[in-house]
Design a binder for this molecule. Structure first.
Ligand code: NOJ
Length: 656
């Protein structure tokens, strides 16, 4: 799987070059040593996608681990396996790669050891640093990571800025890399000058600051989120960094099918067959549109009475779970300022957890608990285990957690959510939740790095600008960028299904039909039907039928058509079902798309229940215009579907 060339310098292998090829032979990642400095470059179909890029780690008060290296040994490994997801965009994921580990030693007096492990898949490359425990070094403080990704200055990137008060919740910018002025978050998706799509991200982020990227003038360089002491990570050895990943695809739809991030994570070490993806409604949007409040008072949302009414609505609408926000003590006054005193086992006045939970149980509706920590992590961690026990006592198995606030407050220090200390908190909450049988929907989270393969109780995350930013801060193109950027890192709680699109306080830049399409285009293991029940029951019961029918867990996903920021159309088959669902969204431009059905069973007829924009629909002045119609389709058929400006569509394909 490679070629090997080494040059001896004083008896040591300070110059070397070794290429690792993808199973299909199209991607070659070459690791090199040049006078003791290490690096790599990547070609796809003979074209250089990533130029020579240097590697290394800088350590506090020590010489950097980036030069004076000689190669002592290599180890080759390959895999070709298929594994089954508990929850996901498909049931089976293929994991095939060629791997080479490069064991290195310093040729100076310190003789420190390090390994670079490189894996090459058909859909990209990944590598990580592994530092063994060794004489004279059993811990290290990383002051900088020196990894480069030398994409070309003219490659175009969709990016959101890092180190900002609203974490990942920004609109995407689109510029050539040479114009990147900010540190940016990953996944960073680029359209390369070689005509490929490449996205830089990381996998298996544990016990380390999260990776942001910075353009140096010649390359993207890692910028690990710092701790408040200015360093990047304090670790004990042995230690391995998260995987540095470059997904590479020939087009953007192909990119959306990359599953490398999950393949680079370990299988679960415990049984997660209790994990059940779910749809849910919430005592929630009523607060956003100002009908109700989180805090107790005349318009308090989370009252026992409202909760019971919403539970009844869940039963009537066939939605299996209900989120209740504002149920606990801590929302009075400016909740964003007072989070230090939030209590996760004390109900707000007017809310009776015992009565509500037993009513829910009686009606067969699952409750989704809510812990808004406002980022006061010390306060939360003091209560965490007891709060989970409290949930368990009331039979509450789902939890939406939240970390609103520009930074976390931990032991009197203000830390970035995405720093090592933040990463470790999210992990602690996840592992403890698994112990208590709790499934999570994390808002203001750490970005997804595929760890839900190991911890499938993380059903979804927010971690991007979602629909709560409607009413001024969202553009129709946003939902057509996410599938190619944010969604490469895993499911998102985008909160689709708002039917009250014309609401005065929160006017959507969306048509009604598009709200249905989002249930398919934005994957989430917990999918919210976000509006108030009366809009489903009384305003648009016909359109609601799609929300009732659409699954949250999938057997297969087939990308149909798309262009970043313009349009995205995807087909998915329900897990363990014959039904297929197609969702589409467009940007500000209306368009007609041509669908094909080659994924359907041969010889079978399917009833297509189509929910689309009417010909005169428009997100600005006629967002409610929609048509629901039925057609019969077969595998060999074609179907044109119209999407209005800011519109979209949803189709259920039922085997006749
Ligand atoms: C921000 C979250 O994204 C939102 O869903 C939640 O309702 C508020 N914080 C309050 O916790």
């Amino acid at each position: 799987m490679g070629f090997w060339k080494w040059l001896f310098s004083g008896g040591k292998k300070l110059d070397a070059e070794y290429g690792v090829t993808s199973p299909n032979g199209r991607i070659v990642a070459t690791f090199f040593l040049e006078r003791g400095r290490m690096g790599y470059f990547v070609k796809k179909d003979e074209k250089l996608v990533v130029r020579k890029s240097l590697l290394g780690l800088a350590l506090k008060d020590k010489r950097a681990l980036d030069h004076d290296f000689a190669l002592v040994r290599m180890h080759k490994r390959s895999a070709d396996e298929t594994w089954e997801t508990v929850v996901g965009q498909e049931r089976l994921i293929k994991n095939a790669y060629n791997e080479m580990s490069f064991y290195l030693t310093e040729v100076n007096a310190e003789k420190r050891l390090m390994t670079v492990r490189l894996r090459v898949f058909n859909d990209g490359i990944a590598f990580r640093y592994e530092i063994p425990a060794q004489p004279g070094m059993n811990k290290m403080i990383v002051s900088d990571e020196l990894t480069e990704f030398a994409l070309n200055a003219n490659d175009m990137a969709w990016w959101i800025p890092a180190y900002q008060p609203d974490r990942y919740e920004y609109n995407y910018n689109y510029h050539p890399l040479r114009e990147l002025m900010h540190e940016v978050h990953t996944p960073l998706t680029t359209k390369t000058s070689t005509g490929h799509f490449a996205s830089v991200h990381e996998a298996a982020l544990y016990n380390y600051g999260s990776m942001t990227l910075k353009w140096t003038g010649a390359a993207l360089k890692t910028d690990i989120t710092p701790l408040s002491d200015g360093t990047k990570a304090h670790v004990d050895l042995p230690f391995q960094t998260p995987w540095r990943v470059i997904m590479i695809a020939h087009d953007e739809m192909d990119l959306t099918m990359s599953r490398m991030i999950w393949n680079l994570n370990d299988p679960p070490r415990q049984n997660f067959n209790w994990v059940k993806p779910t749809k849910f409604m919430g005592i929630w949007w009523a607060m956003y549109v100002g009908e109700w409040t989180w805090a107790p008072g005349e318009r308090h949302g989370a009252t026992t009475k409202h909760a019971k009414e919403y539970i009844d609505a869940c039963v009537r609408l066939g939605i299996p779970a209900l989120l209740i926000e504002g149920w606990n003590d801590g929302w009075e006054g400016d909740w964003l300022e007072n989070g230090e005193h939030n209590k996760f086992m004390v109900e707000a006045e007017g809310f009776d957890v015992k009565a509500v939970s037993s009513y829910a149980q009686q009606k067969g509706v699952n409750l989704v608990g809510h812990h808004e920590t406002v980022g006061f992590v010390t306060n939360y961690e003091h209560q965490l285990e007891d709060a989970y026990k409290y949930m368990k006592e009331y039979g509450i198995r789902y939890l939406k957690s939240g970390y609103a606030g520009s930074k976390m407050m931990i032991d009197g220090r203000r830390e970035f959510h995405h720093s090592q200390i933040g990463v470790n908190h999210y992990q602690k909450a996840t592992e403890l939740a698994a112990e208590y049988g709790i499934m999570l929907n994390v808002h203001e989270p750490i970005k997804g790095t595929g760890i839900e393969r190991t911890w499938p109780n993380i059903l979804t995350r927010e971690g991007a600008r979602g629909q709560e930013y409607e009413g001024g801060a969202l553009q129709p193109s946003h939902a057509c960028i996410l599938p190619f950027t944010r969604m490469l890192s895993g499911g998102m709680d985008y909160t689709p299904g708002i039917f009250d699109v014309n609401n005065f306080t929160k006017r959507l830049t969306s048509t009604l039909a598009r709200q249905l399409g989002l249930f398919v285009t934005i994957y989430s293991g917990m999918q919210m039907a976000a509006d108030r029940p009366r809009f489903y029951e009384h305003e648009h019961p016909d359109a609601f039928k799609f929300i009732r029918d659409v699954p949250v867990n999938w057997e297969r996903t087939v990308p149909l058509l798309g262009e970043v920021g313009q349009v995205y159309v995807v087909a998915r088959q329900g897990r363990g079902s014959h039904d297929w669902f197609i969702g589409g969204t467009t940007n500000e431009q209306g368009r007609q798309v041509e669908l094909y059905f080659e994924f359907l069973d041969e010889g079978a007829n399917y009833i297509a229940e189509v929910y689309r924009d009417s010909d005169d629909a428009h997100y600005r002045d006629h967002p409610l215009g929609h048509v629901i119609e039925e057609k019969v389709v077969r595998r060999e058929d074609r179907m044109g579907v119209y999407m209005a400006p800011g519109g979209g569509f949803a189709i259920r394909l039922r085997k006749a």
